[in-house]
Design a binder for this molecule. Sequence first.
Ligand SMILES: Cc1cc2nc3c(=O)[nH]c(=O)nc-3n(C[C@H](O)[C@H](O)[C@H](O)COP(=O)(O)O)c2cc1C
Length: 309
Amino acid sequence: MTALNLSVQLAPGNKRGLLLANPVMTASGTFGYGTEYAEVIDIQRLGAIICKGTTLKPRPGNPQPRLWETAAGVLNSIGMENIGINALIQEKAPLWAKWKVPVIVNILGESIEDYAKLARHLDKVAGISGLEVNISCPNTSAGGMEFGASPKSAAEVTAAVKAKTTLPVIVKLSPNVTNIAEIACAVADAGADAISLINTLKGMAINTASRKPVLGNVSGGLSGPAIKPVALYMVYQVARKVKVPVIGCGGIASANDALEFIMAGASAVQVGTANFTNPCTPLDIIDGIERFMKKGGIRNLSELIGAAL
Ligand SMILES: Cc1cc2nc3c(=O)[nH]c(=O)nc-3n(C[C@H](O)[C@H](O)[C@H](O)COP(=O)(O)O)c2cc1C
């Protein structure tokens, strides 16, 4: 049998394109800057790495505690702790420029101008292959989810970013909305090259001994296996409506999980919380998808994308 083709083009409408050797990426905030894992796994085998959410200025994040394990998931209220865009450009991008695996930078602003500035500064930086626009973070008091909550503001951020960059632009949607497909359509119409979903679902936990919320920030974002069926259905709903590539995320921990998302219409997937229990998960998923394809006599991943739609 000829070689399997797992490659995917995530920005077919963009001159620079975003070609991945396989559809398995790491989700923002769960894989640092990639450098932390370079000694642990063969990161160059990944389809792409999405780095930690990045803001114009460095941020210390929210008060502790910021992580809480729940039944089949995790609540986090990290609040975008990060080194800021200047340190990312000076310290991280030069390392990424030497890598085979594409690195995509997840950006977050407190205003539309912030998103535009981030896009402009990152545009010509060697080592950066794309931007993921986070309009879905539930853990910041300004910016993030508030822009992803309405089709109008989601489209405005997308258009502002697109105007300032030649890089492929992925827009990351929030599940904490009434009609995610409507927001996906607005973002696609505003020029997004691809759409990723979902970010975390808002939630909380209470310590019954102290009678107080567990998280320092009161609420947090739920991720992990608990959210997989929600994420899968949202990917299905969005993939039926938009023409741009869709990237699925939410509770993916096995090749079978990833294949469900691909069959629901995702061209690629992101692995998040599962990295905390086993950093080899994304590589195991690539191997598992290959085994599934070999067993079924499937040569091109494209034969599986949207198979359940
Ligand atoms: C600790 C933690 C930090 C995260 N930080 C970010 C972030 O900086 N930017 C972002 O867009 N999403 C962030 N996310 C959301 C994940 O990228 C992903 O969308 C979500 O966790 C669902 O996927 P999962 O269930 O596989 O973890 C974070 C998630 C966790 C658990």
